[in-house]
Ligand binder design. Structure first.
Ligand code: ADP
Length: 404
């Protein structure tokens, strides 16, 4: 125990801090032991010193609300306390996350496995939306997976409490890929439908085994969206014209969705299309998505315990006995871009074609290169029509000043 105290730091008397698990949007995450219960936990240390307004009472009240959000598909917030100018949020410890599953070339995801992961994602979302809590930062590495295969949503409500994640941070580059068009057009009023769009992107990523729409800037992100689903018309989405950052894009028709996901079932495609409806008012709700026939038709979702998960690769450095090993590698090497050709690369590949079966080493390409960020050849997609709008220029200047 004395040796343990040497290499660990006690936090607020109760938690024994172990190694750093990673750095996230709001701060560093540590593995720790709850000395009261012996439970392994993950502590998220949020820098409040640097926050413009600090953590006010509203934030603390909202955190209390999050503590009350208990569901098998939502990560449990066990404790929250301020310590040395930081706010510490204590969560149950999770073995891996959906990004690691999607990325692992040794994992074959069957249609039933995909259905199960999506269903758990939507179930967690549904509970939160019922309580009027939005996520706003849905992405595969925020979907944590426990040792029993249960998927749980993490970071719920943090965007609302601590402000929108600062997209200038390098690691936030991936979050853009899950942003809905209304957020990209700068809407100030948004609802649960932003999480549905992101869940649609995650569904697409499960099918394709790589991020679906990999924009390099907000403007590029919208271009990628419009290439996939066609430039929205005012008939489809009237309110779009009044959004603060609206810019007109050249009209491009939508290719058949089937051409983007050739091997997806009809039910999967139907649900996917409804999650990607442009007008947030018409987009399917999480509950409607859960009631969609995709979930009641065969194949039925795989039971969580039987879902494929990454094989443990390394022992925890701190101790081999104290809990599961964290499987996620450092953030910078966490993305796999198997095909560097850009957007068009999605078009010709089915989910089946992109899925790698165990033992298949023929497709083992670079594992850590993010071609979407460094792509040399921009894909062919709708361009902005009126480039002289001052707010657009401001946006471009900002993006130029803060290349991600
Ligand atoms: P982001 O803000 O980018 O979503 P997080 O702050 O959620 O990142 O997480 C940072 C790192 O800590 C990630 O590598 C994540 O896998 C890990 N992590 C976060 N929460 C947990 C948890 N409850 N159990 C285990 N690891 C976690």
């Amino acid at each position: 125990m004395a040796a343990e105290l040497d290499q660990s730091k006690k936090v607020a008397d109760r938690y024994l801090k172990k190694e750093v698990l990673g750095e996230g949007t709001y701060g560093v995450v540590y593995r720790a032991i709850d000395t009261k219960t012996g439970q392994v936990v993950a502590i998220k240390k949020i820098r409040i010193g640097k926050q413009k307004e600090g953590v006010n009472f509203t934030a603390l009240r909202e955190i209390k609300l999050l503590k009350e959000l208990k569901d098998p598909n939502i990560i449990e917030l066990i404790d929250a306390f301020p310590h040395k100018g930081n706010l510490h949020l204590v969560f149950e410890f999770m073995e891996t996350d959906l990004e690691a599953v999607i990325r692992d070339r040794n994992i074959f995801l069957s249609p039933a496995d995909i259905k199960s992961y999506l269903q758990m994602t939507l179930k967690g979302l549904a509970v939160c939306h019922k309580k009027w809590v939005l996520h706003r930062d849905m992405k595969p590495n925020n979907l944590l997976i426990g040792s029993n295969g249960q998927l749980k949503l993490a970071d719920f409500g943090l965007a609302r409490i601590f402000g929108s994640p600062d997209r200038r941070f390098t690691h936030q580059v991936f979050a853009r890929w899950y942003r809905s068009p209304e957020l990209l057009f700068g809407t100030k009023q948004y609802g649960p439908s932003v999480d549905v769009w992101a869940a649609g992107c995650i569904f697409a990523e499960l099918l394709l085994r790589r991020p679906f729409l990999q924009g390099q800037s907000d403007i590029d992100q919208l271009g990628k969206i419009f290439t996939a689903f066609g430039t929205p018309t005012t008939a489809q989405w009237q309110d779009m014209l009044f959004l603060p950052d609206y810019v007109e894009y050249q009209y491009a028709p939508a290719p058949p969705l089937r051409s983007l996901f050739p091997m997806a079932s009809d039910d999967a495609l139907d649900l996917l299309a409804k999650m990607f409806i442009y007008d947030p008012k018409n987009r399917i709700t999480v509950q409607q998505a859960l009631d969609h026939r995709y979930f009641t038709s065969a194949p039925f979702p795989t039971v969580p315990e039987k879902l494929p998960r990454p094989a443990p690769k390394q022992e925890s450095k701190a101790s081999g006995l104290e809990g599961p090993t964290v499987l996620s590698p450092p953030r910078k090497s966490r993305r796999v871009m198997p095909e560097p050709e850009g957007f068009e690369g999605n078009v010709h590949h089915s989910n089946q074609a992109n899925e790698v079966k165990p033992g298949d080493t023929s497709r083992s390409g670079p594992m850590s290169l993010d071609f979407s960020v460094f792509a040399a050849r921009p894909p062919n997609r709708p361009t902005i029509k009126s480039a002289d709008r001052s707010h657009l220029k401001r946006k471009l200047d900002l993006e130029f000043q803060h290349p991600e």
